[in-house]
Design a protein around this ligand. Structure first.
Ligand code: AMP
Length: 119
């Protein structure tokens, strides 16, 4: 069971900001922006690579939840970023897909600092 499934099952605590039949959202324990919320499906899907066509609608619900949370948290107008990491190079550490929602300040772009190659 992923750590996020334990949050869904209320086996470990989380600061929940949104929940419906399909989606749960809670504040990241190690926030990278003034607002950092994780939005997850209530079923365990390990990575983006594992999303099936039958789950397309469910994955879409992560985005409608994001828009709802943005309004709720007062960041919809100023803006925000959602990102989903996949596997090692993507920086994924929890193998239960989740949208990171980052907001509350202007966010740098690109989100990494390494040069592609030396000039
Ligand atoms: P990722 O590296 O994309 O897989 O993101 C995993 C995120 O989960 C990280 O930003 C962690 O800070 C966050 N995280 C891990 N455990 C918890 C937890 N128990 N409650 C809230 N956020 C968590």
């Amino acid at each position: 069971m992923s750590i996020f499934s334990k949050i869904i099952a209320r086996e470990i605590p989380a600061d929940i900001v949104y929940e419906d039949d399909y989606v749960l959202a809670f504040r990241d324990i190690n926030p990278q922006a003034p607002l950092h919320v994780l939005i997850i499906p209530k079923i365990e899907i390990a990575t983006i690579n594992d999303v099936t066509e039958a789950q397309e609608q469910l994955v879409g619900k992560l985005f409608t939840a994001a828009a709802r949370i943005a309004r709720q948290e007062g960041v919809a107008e100023d803006g925000y970023r959602v990102v989903m990491n996949c596997n090692e190079h993507g920086g994924q550490t929890v193998y239960h897909i989740h949208l990171h929602m980052l907001a509350g300040k202007p966010l740098g772009w690109p989100p990494y600092t390494e040069k592609l190659k030396e000039a």
